[in-house]
Design a protein around this ligand. Structure first.
Ligand code: PGA
Length: 251
């Protein structure tokens, strides 16, 4: 994993267990000859256990899209770290902009979740990103630092290297409008300034087969967090191939 490119698929609230099963079965077979790209598939809770047996190879991991910070108890509707671990989940998306902005998750709550995940041996895919008005007002650096430092301050370098940071500008998510290379580089630079040169950083926000090659070649990008384009086998497969070919060319 250390030097491989990484593609994390965020299915959001899509796919039944059976649809997930069929998709993952096909994808797993295709991935066998692409050992240099790591895939993390973040499925809905209801699919996790059902598809868990497919994730037995080095470069194919199962992820969840959220979790609660407590280990058990009276939290109706929530899922604990232990429940995820028992479903063979290795990664968990935390701080996604939809959790922050639709469900009102605060930096404090997100931080508690990240701390808990790391303590339990789950690896966070920590998402951060600015809104369009914040960028227009010249506040990007301030906003990103405000999201990143509560997390980064709590861990040492080796913990930080075990997680993934996903820069996802809010205005690029699901809009068809991806960030420009210089905007991505700037955000990735901010993370590395705080968290050290060796952290792994993904870009997310309208990644498609059409822009994947350009975006994977942006300096400092270790891979993608892909939403909409991860729902169809054909399009995620094209993105995987773009990343794989870029990796082969750079070796
Ligand atoms: P998108 O979503 O690829 O559909 O823009 C990315 C995400 O929300 O993680």
């Amino acid at each position: 994993m250390r030097n491989n490119h990484i593609i994390a698929a965020n299915w959001k609230m899509n796919k039944t267990p059976q649809e997930s099963y069929n998709f993952v079965k096909n994808l797993r077979d295709k991935l066998l000859d692409k050992p240099d790209v790591n895939i993390i598939l973040c499925a809905p809770y209801t699919s996790l256990f059902y598809i868990s047996s497919f994730f037995n190879s080095e470069n194919f991991d199962l992820g969840a899209q959220n979790m609660h910070w407590a280990s058990e108890g009276a939290y109706t509707g929530e899922i604990s770290p232990d429940m995820l671990l028992a479903s063979s989940v290795k990664w968990v998306i935390l701080g996604h902009s939809e959790r922050r902005h639709i469900f009102g998750e605060t930096i404090d709550e997100i931080t508690k979740k990240v701390v808990r995940a790391v303590r339990e041996g789950l690896r966070p895919i920590f998402c951060f990103g600015e809104k369009l008005e914040e960028r227009r007002e010249g506040k990007t650096k301030e906003v990103l630092s405000g999201q990143l430092s509560p997390i980064i301050d709590r861990f040492n370098e080796s913990d930080l290297q075990e997680m993934l940071f996903a820069y996802e500008p809010v205005w690029a998510i699901g809009t068809g409008l991806n960030a420009e290379p210089d905007q991505i580089q700037e955000a990735h630079h901010i993370v590395r300034e705080f968290a050290g040169e060796n952290v792994r950083i993904l870009y997310g926000g309208s990644v498609t087969p059409a822009n994947a090659t350009e975006l994977i070649n942006v300096e400092g990008v270790d891979g993608f967090l892909v939403g909409g384009a991860s729902l169809e086998l054909e399009s995620i497969w094209k993105i995987i191939n773009c990343v794989y070919n870029a990796r082969i060319r750079s070796n």
